[in-house]
Design a protein around this ligand. Structure first.
Ligand SMILES: [Zn+2]
Length: 91
């Protein structure tokens, strides 16, 4: 019985949960969470964080396109003005 107990003790690894920070005993070195609940919560938070990052990029992108639109209109206006001036000079 005692030998069995020692064996189990040896196999368990003390780990810190990535989600809640609590220490827990894991059976595998790959374990990162104390429970499925924590694993789910962590991944959900990670996804939300990524989505936040994505929306920030989208925001930047729309600003970028607005700038391009303004420059395009400005260039078209200048070209139109030059054509008008050219016509006035010719006429
Ligand atoms: Zn946890």
């Amino acid at each position: 019985m005692e030998a069995n107990y020692e064996k189990t003790q040896k196999r368990l690894i003390n780990k810190t949960c990535l989600n809640c920070g609590n220490e827990f005993e894991a059976k595998s070195h790959r374990a990162k969470f104390c429970s499925d609940k924590c694993r789910f919560a962590y991944h959900q938070r990670e996804r939300r964080r990524k989505e936040k990052k994505m929306s920030w990029i989208k925001k930047l992108d729309s600003k970028h396109w607005t700038m391009i639109g303004i420059i395009f209109v400005l260039v078209a206006f200048i070209i139109g003005l030059l054509i008008l001036l050219n016509n006035l000079a010719a006429g």
